[in-house]
Ligand binder design. Sequence first.
Ligand code: NAD
Length: 294
Amino acid sequence: EQTTVLITGCSSGIGLGLAARLAADSARRFKVFATMRDLAKSERLQERFGGGCPETLELLQLDVTDPRSLAAAAQRVQGQRLDVLVCNAGVGLMGPLETCSEQAMRTVFEVNLFGAIRTIQAFLPTMKRRRAGRIVVTGSVGGLQGVPFNSVYCASKFAVEGLCESLAIVLRPFNIHVTLVECGPVNTGFLQNLQRADPEGSELQGLDHETRSLYRRYLRHCHGLFRDAAQEVEEVLQVFLEAISTPCPPLRCATTQLFAPLARLKLASPDGSDYVRAMHDFVFGPGDDGGDQP
Ligand code: NAD
């Protein structure tokens, strides 16, 4: 029998890759409901199948910030029991906190946190009744540790960690597995798609020189990190496949060990000061408290 999988945010990046990979499974083990906010953006996914849509793939409109579109998608899937829900839709927001607009902050939480909550709420009752199911959530290193100039994004992804950890406990007796796939930098359009303060733009005009200079240095660090250490989508898909297929997936699966030393530091020194120092040095260089001079 086919495993049914619904994925949010399938017009690009990880969601697109996962939908294509599962739908193209040679043993046709999966039936994929690939959902996206704007169905007009489904060409890239369909291109993977020569422009068409195989029987293993169904496209659905789903904006995770719109309860009505969520209800419609849930209604559509209801007939066929859902085995795996993948909450993947997400947006980033980068810049000094002072420059984050109310609107931008709300969007990040609407998509990353409330979007995931709503989507889970829509499918949880039937999973509970069946006493089976999996909820896979695209997590982030930014949900496990503070990353500079990503404060609002980190806040939303930290919140997702709490959401999943709490749910996992209650869902255990229902035989529903919750798994966060913790991604480091991945080569997708994420960096281009995220809302970001332009270091030379007007938003930063009123900001102090030191913060502006730190932000410029962070952006250089970030681009270097993506250039040198970003994983390809195919690489992280492997971890998603494991979360979908292994009998008892853990609450957290990391796609990379790149940030493991920093994460260990948080555990080793719970007051947080070692982590703050180490992350500062990792991004801005050791023994430097800011400014443009090396
Ligand atoms: P991406 O920008 O290509 O994909 C994000 C997808 O979410 C897009 O297809 C976008 O259209 C969709 N989306 C945004 N708002 C939506 C809404 N309201 N309703 C439905 N869909 C919506 O980037 P990605 O890297 O594939 O991101 C996927 C997930 O991976 C996100 O949750 C992101 O936070 C997480 N992540 C990415 C990275 C990275 O470096 N790329 C690192 C850690 C975590």
